[in-house]
Design a protein around this ligand. Structure first.
Ligand code: SAM
Length: 250
């Protein structure tokens, strides 16, 4: 695994290979939640809630949380859909899903299903979902994969169904940008070493974020696929996202 990471950092392997991404998150799963909270100075929680609140999620509806991880986005979703709604969390990392399963026990009255599947080969029925959410699940996709993702979301969403995604991004402001890149390149690997004994693994998150930059490309891709899309800035562009609707002619 660390040989692969070094290979990827040296551009020898494909950064977006799903097997590599899966093993990366399996490896990080024990420390991801703590790391995520600390490294975002607590902002990640707020950004997830905002991401969910940006679209109208009605009581009793069916919501899919793609790249659900350990269910970090669930709380605001469950608050909206209530006990008669349906939440489907999808992820392919066993390590992350093991922890999502633990979180599920905290909500015994809610209807939560977990799918251990690749988003590009999923069993969700077409036109069956009211809303799709994804917190920090876009950066590990290439543009071609984001195009495929748009196709999958178009397939599973009902007409007039809506989606909202948020992703960590590189801010445009020069000072923030400098601080942010130093932070991703040096500070996060040090924390990764402290939590995981391995700075390379968390360094990868910085590599993905630098390549992702912001959600502008995702906006273009979703628009080209017929969605009505709006670009969202979170805290001066430290995270960005898109939200949108599967319009009637989509
Ligand atoms: C950065 S984590 C985000 C977790 C969570 N949504 C959050 O808000 O923190 C990204 C998740 O996407 C999952 N993932 C990445 N590519 C995937 C794919 N092709 N199919 C399913 N899950 C995928 C990873 O396993 C990981 O758990």
């Amino acid at each position: 695994m660390s040989t692969n990471i070094l290979g990827i950092l040296n551009n020898k392997y494909d950064l977006y290979n799903p097997k590599f991404v899966e093993s990366l998150f399996d490896k990080m799963s024990g420390s991801y939640e703590r790391m995520n909270y600390i490294t975002s100075f607590g902002f990640s929680e707020k950004w997830r809630s905002r991401c969910v609140d940006l679209i109208e999620i009605k009581p009793n509806s069916t919501v899919v949380d793609l790249m659900t991880g350990m269910g970090e986005c669930w709380k605001p979703i469950l608050n909206s859909i209530g006990e008669n709604g349906q939440l489907i969390g999808l992820d392919f990392s066993s390590g992350m899903l093991k922890r999502a399963n633990r979180r599920k026990q905290k909500y015994p009255k809610h209807n939560i299903s977990l799918l251990k599947e690749d988003v590009f080969d999923n069993s969700i029925l077409k036109n069956s979902v009211d809303n799709v959410i994804s917190g920090f699940g876009l950066k590990t996709f290439s543009n071609i994969q984001i195009e495929q993702l748009a196709g999958e979301i178009k397939r599973i969403l009902k007409k007039d169904g809506s989606f909202s995604f948020v992703e960590v991004s590189v801010p445009n402001n020069k000072l923030l940008n400098l601080f942010y890149l130093i932070y991703l390149k040096y500070f996060i690997p040090v924390l990764g070493f402290l939590f995981l004994g391995n700075p390379q693994t968390y360094k990868m998150l910085g590599v993905y974020t630098s390549k992702y930059k912001n959600s502008m490309k995702a906006k273009e891709i979703f628009e080209l696929n017929g969605f009505e899309v709006q670009y969202i800035n979170y805290f001066y562009g430290c995270a960005t996202g898109i939200k949108g609707i599967k319009a009637v002619n989509c």
